[in-house]
Design a protein around this ligand. Sequence first.
Ligand code: HSE
Length: 287
Amino acid sequence: MKIKVPATSANLGPGFDSVGIALNSYLEISVLKESKEWFIEHDLEGLPHDQTNLLIQIALKIAPNIQAHHIKMTSDIPLARGLGLSSSVIVAGIELANQLAKLDLDAERKFTIATQIEGHPDNVAPAIFGGLVIASQLDNQLDYVKADFPDAGLLAFIPDYQLKTSHSREALPKHLSYKQAVSASSIANLAIAALLTGDLKKAGRAIENDQFHEVYRQRLVKEFQQIKQMAKISGAYATYLSGAGPTVMMICPKEGLDLLHENLENLQMQGSLRVFEIDNQGMQVLA
Ligand code: HSE
């Protein structure tokens, strides 16, 4: 059995802690033979191979009595880069428990558990459902809407360095004034309305006008302003910090992807450029 969970890009500017998209880059968990102790075969630097691995920790939290297995974990989602790897691992851990303990959890239940563990729904929701997901969480009430992302090109600059979400969250203010909150939320409303109606020019403007987090975090990603300027000159609709960063995501017309890629390459930054597509399926369990 194999569990396949997509990478995700959260926030999309003003959709902070609420909005995310699923991408065609994957965490894959193959469940091999039963064993005495958990063993996770992988080549991800710094992650444990025994049951202290987050994947197993999550699975055991949900189903403490499941049989230990030899697991193979492969991922082309980079670690601590703002592409949702830890959320994908959480979602995979829930599914591992679901399969091994035959819990019969439906997608909504998995979403609730994953959000409780992660603290916010913006990465786990698209990892589970695929596509573009807008979610809200108020006390115990959790809701989401899954929608199609408009037809567009996605190009990410993934820096060579890591940025921990906890560090990136420390840059955020503790309070916003009522006036700031109303203004920031009007921008978020417009970004979502424009995305849902396929108006990428308006969506792009609103995404770039985020007042919730990017203004505070930009200084943590030294390449951000330069990329944003070059992307604008190259015809991109929007540039935003993917999740807590440091990956910078650009949304552009599909036919403008090559030029954007070429112009970004010429900046010779320390990191890699990667073209993504939207994954519309979300997590899959394969035989
Ligand atoms: N919404 C989260 C943040 C995503 O920006 O901090 C990363 O967990």
